[in-house]
Structures are given as C-alpha cells and as structure tokens.
Design a binder for this molecule. Sequence first.
Ligand code: C2O
Length: 541
Amino acid sequence: CRVRHYKFNVVMKKYSRLCSTKPIVTVNGQFPGPTLYAREGDTVLVKVVNHVKYNVSIHWHGIRQLRTGWADGPAYITQCPIPPQQSFVYNFTITGQRGTLLWHAHILWLRATVHGAIVILPKLKVPYVPYPFPTPHKERVIILAEWWKADTENVINQAMALGAAPNVSDAHTINGHPGPVANCSTQKGYTLKVESGKTYLLRLVNAALNEELFFKIAGHQLTVVEVDATYTKPFTTDTVLIAPGQTTNVLLKADKSSGRYVVAASTFMDTPIVAIDNQTATAFIHYNGTLASSLTPTFGTRTPPQNATPIANNFTDSLRSLNSHKYPARVPLTLDHSLLFAVGLGVNPCATCNNGSRVVADVNNVTFVMPTTALLQAHYFNVSGVFTDDFPANPPSKFNYTGNVTTMNLGTQKGTRLYRLKYNQTVQVVLQDTGLIAPENHPIHLHGFNFFAVGKGIGNYNPKTDPANFNLVDPVERNTIGVPSGGWVAIRFRADNPGVWFMHCHLEVHTSWGLKMAFVVDNGKGPNESLLPPPKDLPKC
Ligand code: C2O
C-alpha cells in the first residue's frame, strides 16, 4: 500500500459547448475533472486549493471514510467549506473497496462541472488476477453529465426563489461533450477507439445534477459486472440505467470487424407531469482500421423513451451481489432499527411567491435545514443548539402515500434533525415515495456506508406482507438507490462507521429543496471504533 498525493486547484476556465462559451468552475482546468487513481488499501491525500469566488468542498462519493468522516466533504455536514484563497487536505484510506466511484463538489450546484471519476484498482499480488471476470484488454472511464448554457448558480437561485422546478439542462454530455449538434460543426463528440475481437471495461459514472440516464451503444451488448464499487453477478443488457451518483462497470466486447457506432445517453424520468427533452448526448466507438471519412455511424435502436419504466425496472431487477466466497454479501439479518422514511415533495407557504406557496421537499415531513456550522464538529465537540437527534422513525401519520392525496395538508416542518445510531447497530430503512405533489423517482444516496437493497415494490409498503419477499441472500450492494416512482425500496446497513452521515436525494434540485437528513453514529467502545480527531487544517465557518 502506498500514499498517493493529488493536487486539485479549483479554478475558472472558459469552455465552449453548444455554440456558446462561458467560464465554469473546474478542477485543474479540466471538464470533466481528473480521474483519481488508487489501489485498495492506499492512503490518498488530496490538497484542494480554492482559487474561485465561491466556497468549495469536495465529496468522495462512495468512499467509506471509515473513522475519517472529516474527509467526507459535504459542506456544513462534515466540514465547513473551503473559503476562497484557502486550502484543505482530504486525507483518507481506502479500506475494503475496489471499483469505480466519483468525486464531486458538495456545495451549491458546483457539482455540475466540478466532478470526476475515482478508480480504485484491486490490491497487487502475484499472480495478478485483478477481477472476478476475464481481464479486459483496456479500461476506459465514461462520465455522463449535463451542460447548461446558463450559469448553474443562477439556475438554482431562480428555482429556489420561485419555488418551482428549475430549467432543465441544454444537453447531456459524454466525457464532456454533447456530441454532434446541428449548426455546431466543431462539436465532434467523444470517440472510443476499439480493436476488433477485444473486450473493454467501461467505467460509467453519472455525474449529472438532475437526471437519471439510459446508456446504450448501437449494435453491442454490455455485460454489467459492478455497481457502486461492488461486484455483481454478471448479466448482459443492451441498455444501462444509471442515476446521478451511481457508477456501473460494464464489459464491452468489440465483436464487429469494423465500423463506427453511436453511443448515447438520454433521460429516464417516469413522472407523468414533467416532460424533459434535454438533448440526447452522443459519442462513438470506432473500430481500428475504419476510415472515418467514408463513414456514416450506425445508430441502431435509439435509447428508450423518457418514460420507459419497464426497461428501467428490468435493469434494476437484474442486479444481484456477486456474493462469492471472496466477496460475500454480508446482509444484516437481524435489525436494531426498522425505519420508514416517506420521501417526496411538499409545499410550504411563501409570502413572495406568486400563488403564496413554494415547492419544498422532505423526509418524513421534515424539510432539512442546513446548519451554519458543520454537524460533525458540533457532534465531536458537543456543541449544543446546532442539531437535535429526534428525527422521526416514521411518517407523522399513516396515509396513502401513493394514492390521490391532493386534498391533504402538505405543509412540512423545518428542522436540522438527525437520527442517532449506536456503533454497529443494524438498520433497515424503507424509502417510500409519496405522491403528494407527484410521484417521482428519487435516487437516494447514503454517505459513509454501502447498503443492501433487499426489497422493492410499487404502491404503499406493507410491513406485514412485503418482508416475506425480501432477498437476504444476494441483494445488490450500493451507495445510491433509485426509489421507484410511486413505490418503495428497503435498504439495510450496519452502522459500523462513527460520525455524521448525510442521506439525500442525488437529484440536486430535490436536495436543495430539502430532501435530505443525516444519521449520527456514536463511537463504539473498542480501540478502532471511534472517530479520529479532526485534521488541523479543517476549515472554520
Ligand atoms: Cu454524491 Cu452527498 O453526494
């Protein structure tokens, strides 16, 4: 194991996309940002230097951060942000994880352009057999994101002020490019060169702010082998579904002899009331020896329509943990906490809004209020008055979550309320979508843990009958899970990581509106069961 040093300079840089140019916030001038490479067991030190006018923090999405919550990164949760002209060194060790994850800014909407992949290679040993599948010829990172012609900080400020949905992005991107666009001759798009007969490992990352995406390559099947840095039972599909914050490794067999094939990413959104038509991003795979000039790319069947719920379900229902001898699925079988979290959108009064109310979001009717100092510091130094630990284990009253509830009182309560867990306790959270305004998919991300997705259903969760159908043997293990529109998922995890851990919808607009909460996990009594002391250079609020 070794120590890896990275320097992330947060700087403005001008980029041109969709025939217009604007300055964006970047790491080291790159969009998408640099890939962070490490091996399982390595210690990583990233010095982040803030050269822009915004406060900044970076989150290492999916890294467990065992006992090092100080390095997790969500602003006002585990740290105060890094002010302009200052720096902070994120220092963490990668324990028991290998695969693809992502890093991204975790403040404001800076994540739109401040993001990149994390590639954790398996431990080196002799002989080196890296993966539980045949070693690919080459590996490539493919980052999906969104591009706004407008300034993203203006987009969210406007949405927050009006309490209405923000403008959608103008295009999706694949490795920073929307792909060929009418009247923009310079926009060629990303090209992946392949050799006929070889197999490639594609490390897919969804860094989009607000969109779950379908991903497809014309004429080729993809074999899913890993999600969120945990191995899966391999399965073959022509379409991958990937939510913001999720990562998916697929094997691509270049089984044609030549040609140029379209790679596409487009929105999945099964909410009936929102029609989204951001431009589908396109890229290409190009077989070596094919003359580019003489070639019309093969389009094949397009990505599924935006509301193709059966295709989305088919994908998510195919995911299983590998659960091998070497990579067992350690699903908690007994539960210390059984929680029901109703997640969704609500409405709060707003004096200045047109119709006197504004859209908010909530978990169990609590619209989370960001504190002005970091929760982890308040927890560690026992500062009172910053948060309470009375987050409700259940929704305030039993109602028909997914039925027609438009006549209900939709007002939510505001609060910085956390749910407290003792070290090593086991937890089940049923995440129930509500249709108070409209049912909608919510990709929920839990910091500091992987969880097992043991059950899923449409309609209202039934605690009497549904658990009988749970998969406690090989459920998929991940850090971000889509709560189906008008349905629920059940997740389980073990609270073996002391600290304060954010849980939120990874659709940035829902997080901004308040669809977030946090767990506080107390120290255990053992020698390695407590949060380490804070680093000396931790920023102050
Ligand atoms: Cu990738 Cu709290 O987020």
